[in-house]
Design a protein around this ligand. Structure first.
Ligand SMILES: O=c1ccn([C@H]2C[C@H](O)[C@@H](COP(=O)(O)OP(=O)(O)OP(=O)(O)O)O2)c(=O)[nH]1
Length: 154
């Protein structure tokens, strides 16, 4: 991490249309980096259809203490029903292949993705890796095994 709290990540730009500029944060407070649809021509996605769309870039997080998540863009999801077929894409720190966006049209109308359209966003997050300690009983907690609405609706 550099002095500005920024983590340096290796990136390969696989599509010449991206030039030599990797995605940039849109504002000082942005958490996500927009991923573009690196498709040759406009692509119609019918209602209920899911297609795998390449982003033209690969990253190598390298540090097992990092992961990245591909998340939907809220405007596309809310207005057009364009979300992710896997709901969230999890990018492992040792993955070096092209980032792909499983693009699901959960809406009622066809949607046409344009070449280089900003389709989804990438968020890099810290990861805690754990070692499991197998036990017969847990130390008591106030919740115990209550879940799935055990505290009521409101
Ligand atoms: O939306 C996604 C999700 C995953 N990946 C890449 C990065 C990730 O590290 C790799 C494997 O993802 P995951 O472990 O979720 O896939 P899997 O279905 O469990 O396959 P595998 O057996 O390859 O792990 O695929 C993407 O490019 N986009």
């Amino acid at each position: 991490m550099n002095g500005a709290g920024v983590v340096s990540i290796d990136v390969k730009l696989l599509d010449s249309r991206l030039g030599d500029r990797p995605p940039q944060y849109a504002s000082a407070g942005s958490a996500g980096l927009d991923l573009r649809a690196c498709i040759a021509t406009a692509m119609e996605i019918g209602p209920g259809e899911t297609v795998l769309i390449p982003t033209g870039m690969a990253i190598h997080l390298a540090d097992p203490g990092l992961a990245a998540m591909i998340l939907p863009r809220s405007g596309l999801g809310h207005k057009h029903g364009i979300v992710l077929g896997n709901l969230v894409g999890l990018i492992d720190s040792d993955y070096q292949g092209e980032l792909m966006v499983s693009t699901w049209n959960r809406g009622r109308n066809a949607f046409t993705v344009q070449p280089l359209e900003r389709l989804a966003q990438l968020v890099v997050v810290p990861v805690l890796r754990v070692a499991f300690n197998v036990v017969d009983d847990f130390a008591a907690s106030s919740r115990g095994d209550g879940g799935f609405g055990s505290t009521g609706r409101s």
